[in-house]
Design a protein around this ligand. Structure first.
Ligand SMILES: *[C@@H]1O[C@H](CO)[C@@H](O)[C@H](O)[C@H]1NC(C)=O
Ligand SMILES: *[C@@H]1O[C@H](CO)[C@@H](O)[C@H](O)[C@H]1NC(C)=O
Ligand SMILES: *[C@@H]1O[C@H](CO)[C@@H](O)[C@H](O)[C@H]1NC(C)=O
Ligand SMILES: *[C@@H]1O[C@H](CO)[C@@H](O)[C@H](O)[C@H]1NC(C)=O
Length: 705
């Protein structure tokens, strides 16, 4: 079950103008909507276990080898009462597409006959008779049987079976068995009801199972309720809603703390011992059926925290065979016990999801931050339930944590960041710059979106085990205990997140490079960026400067932007407006000077590794000399002689803003004259020099001439 919150306060953005001010409308930047999922495990009384189904009649499906999962969606009448656009979205797109993916990804291990659900009892009293697979209600069945908030149609129900109060005389009563739902393995009742939970938890959708069959305890029916007010028909929100629906149905199919005790091995034997009743023990303090150590184990980690100290951090780890194998391979850690489950977020989030710190954008983590993918790990847990087989070609590539080793997956993020700093490596996938105005922009882990580091100050100290910083520039030592990542369930580890721009509270666009609709208006395109299907996120070495005759401006939020790239036998080419730049090595600096309308943009971009984006990259000896960058007008790509001056870069000794300003002047002189037909150049330069006066002292020291 799911709760989607739009958290994150809005942040306003200040700007710095050099030269005469331009009037710009104020935009607020907001980290992407954080939906967190609370899958509320159904209470004991809500779930019917051991529902006896007749064996499958073989004629009903094309071939006995066709075990592809078949999900039958039954729309409740409440869905038809939704406004037309929302109804169409739910019935024509969201559910058909989600079901299509899940049916292709999974097949069932055993098929059963028509799904025919057991009736709920009038009281919560029922009994079973030895040698009889049916469940008998005490005195009477309930008038209606529900699956979550949905009333199950009579023709999906078995005949009512009751015993007298003494339990002596038992037998069927009322209308006979209905026909049930033939040719499907799972019936999903979909409703659009504004339930109490919708109001309380600000949820988009929630889902769970309601009946499990007798042979393997596989869920055979479940429900998904959409909260009508929260359904959005905005096109840019579709992908997020679709992955939410898939995520929820996966909870109902098997990934749920309420089902771990019912998992079976490949031979069909329960992984958790059963009582004579056929059920595992119920743990009242957890409110869940208690699983065995064959499913989940508690392990303790040595956990580095602030001040060179170490504490014990206890986690639950899923230890079924395929999950262990996939987790070890994903992280490249052969001694890993299994895959860690979420330990935060309260009942509903914890234990029902993968640990956010370790699998950030995996779709079965407890909140939606960015770029959700259903990875091999999620397919593996579904296989390890003993109910399904998975087709791994439908798994999506997960980059987060891939190959980072045991120090990443078995230690705190402080340990990892410290180790990376010692080796002079970036601290990715974590980050350590405070989200403050002006924003320091960076790239998302997959380099396909502009992002900001979500390290922030909390109003209070964080719990000791989540205090990770020994120092942060410009932060007093006594404040360090309040700094942590904005996503609590990621163990407060900070990481870079994509974000969206809002104007007067209204969504404008987001920072994903591959969508052309995210292209900013030209007068707001401070970094000469280009969004579209061929664009990727590149780092900027300095802020872009926009110049006109007498005006000059730069935008305070900088650090990365979206630019179009292409691959060729020569390597990776970056395009900025009408110019192209060939990247011959990672980290090479590209001096960009382009004209857009009557503005000249000057800036410096950093080349990514060609192999990050291209399949065929030139070998090192085939590359251009490493200390040059060329810029060519598009159309005469990489053709050499006509290209403007080669520039040697002043940053060999690290970034320094004084050098940066000086470099702008050089660029300005070397490349384009923003005021080609007027005496304005002199004016611009004078303005610039005036701006530089306080910095002149620094010039000599930084060796950047
Ligand atoms: C029930 O769960 C609690 C909390 O996880 C645990 O400490 C306890 O050992 C469990 N009880 C049994 C009988 O397993
Ligand atoms: C797995 O999925 C792929 C891609 O949809 C498909 O080509 C392949 O036949 C499937 N494999 C099985 C065993 O169903
Ligand atoms: C820079 O490249 C030139 C050739 O273009 C070469 O002569 C020079 O040694 C290089 N400098 C460094 C520091 O690599
Ligand atoms: C740049 O270098 C100068 C001289 O070393 C120094 O005074 C100044 O603070 C530096 N600026 C930055 C932003 O590091």
């Amino acid at each position: 079950m799911e709760r989607w919150l739009t958290a994150e306060g809005k942040r306003s953005v200040s700007r710095l103008l050099l030269g005469p001010a331009l009037v710009l409308s104020l935009l607020a930047v907001q980290a992407s909507c954080h939906g967190s999922c609370t899958h509320r495990v159904p209470s004991r009384g809500e779930v019917v276990h051991q529902v006896h189904l007749k064996p499958e009649r073989l004629t009903k499906r094309s071939s006995p080898d066709d075990l592809q999962l078949k999900i039958k969606i039954i729309y409740d009448s409440s869905v038809d009462r939704l406004p037309a656009d929302k109804r169409r979205l739910v019935k024509d797109k969201l559910f058909p597409q989600a079901i299509d993916y899940l049916q292709r990804a999974f097949s069932v291990r055993r098929r059963v006959g028509p799904v025919l659900l057991s009736r709920q009892c009038a009281t919560n009293q029922y009994m079973r008779k030895r040698g009889d697979p049916h469940r008998y209600c005490q005195e009477a069945c309930a008038d209606i049987t529900r699956c979550g908030p949905v009333v199950v149609p009579q023709h999906h129900l078995q005949q009512c079976k009751v015993c007298s109060e003494s339990g002596k005389s038992c037998g069927p009563t009322g209308p006979p068995d209905g026909p049930g739902v033939d040719g499907s393995d799972f019936v999903l009742y979909v409703s659009g009801i504004t339930t109490e939970r919708c109001g309380q938890e600000n949820i988009v959708a929630y889902a769970a199972y309601c009946q499990l069959e007798a042979e393997l305890d596989r869920p055979i029916a479940g429900y998904a309720n959409l909260c009508p007010a929260m359904i959005s028909s905005q096109p840019q929100e579709f992908e997020g809603m679709l992955s939410t629906v898939k995520h929820e149905i996966i909870h109902a199919l098997g990934f749920s703390a309420g089902l771990f005790a019912f998992y079976h091995d490949d031979e069909g034997k329960p992984l958790t011992p059963r009582f004579a009743s056929g059920l595992p023990a119920f743990n009242d303090s957890l409110g869940l059926y208690q699983w065995s150590e064959a499913v989940i184990r508690r392990v303790s980690r040595l956990w580095d925290i602030r001040g060179g100290e170490m504490v014990r951090h206890h986690v639950h780890v899923l230890v079924t065979p395929r999950v262990v194998e996939e987790a070890r391979r994903h992280f490249n850690c052969p001694i890993l016990e299994g895959m860690e489950l979420e330990n935060q977020g309260g009942t509903g989030t914890e234990l029902n999801h993968w640990e956010k710190r370790l699998l950030e954008n995996e779709a079965m983590t407890g909140s939606h931050t960015q770029n959700r993918v259903f990875s091999r790990l999620t397919l593996a847990i579904m296989e390890d339930s003993g109910w399904y087989r998975a087709n791994y070609s439908l798994a999506q590539r997960l980059d987060w944590g891939r190959g980072l080793g045991c120090d990443f997956v078995m230690k705190s993020c402080k340990f990892w960041m410290d180790r990376q700093r010692q080796r002079r490596h970036p601290v990715t996938p974590f980050c350590d710059t405070v989200r403050a105005s002006p924003l320091q922009l960076t790239c998302r882990q997959d380099q396909l979106a502009v992002a900001v580091c979500n390290l922030q100050k909390y109003p209070q100290q964080l719990p000791l085990e989540y205090q990770y910083f020994d120092r942060i520039p410009d932060v007093a030592a006594d404040q360090l205990s309040s700094f942590g990542g904005a996503v609590e369930i990621a163990d407060f580890c900070p990481f870079s997140q994509e974000f969206s721009w809002h104007l007067s509270g209204e969504y404008q666009r987001n920072s994903y490079c591959r969508v052309s609709e995210n292209q900013p208006d030209w007068w707001r395109n401070y970094g000469a960026e280009q969004y579209g299907p061929d664009s990727v996120c590149l780092y900027q070495k300095s802020a872009f400067v926009m110049e006109q005759c007498t005006r000059k401006m730069t935008y305070p939020d900088w650090g990365s932007g979206c630019y179009k790239v292409s691959c060729s036998y020569q390597g990776l080419t970056v395009y900025v407006q009408d110019r192209s730049f060939l990247c011959s090595r990672k980290g090479q600096l590209l001096s960009v000077s382009v004209r857009v309308s009557d503005w000249v943009y000057n800036g410096v971009l950093v080349c990514p590794a060609c192999t990050d984006f291209c399949d065929d990259c030139p070998l090192p000896h085939q590359l251009l000399p490493i200390n040059t960058s060329r810029s060519n007008p598009i159309g005469q790509r990489h053709s050499g002689p006509q290209s403007p001056a080669l520039v040697t870069h002043p940053w060999e000794h690290g970034y320094n803003s004084t050098c940066f300003l000086l470099f702008i002047i050089r660029n300005c002189l070397l490349f384009l004259d923003p005021c080609s037909s007027s005496p304005g150049l002199a004016i611009t330069l004078w303005l610039l020099l005036l701006n530089l006066v306080p910095l002149v002292a620094g010039l000599l020291v930084c060796h950047c001439s």
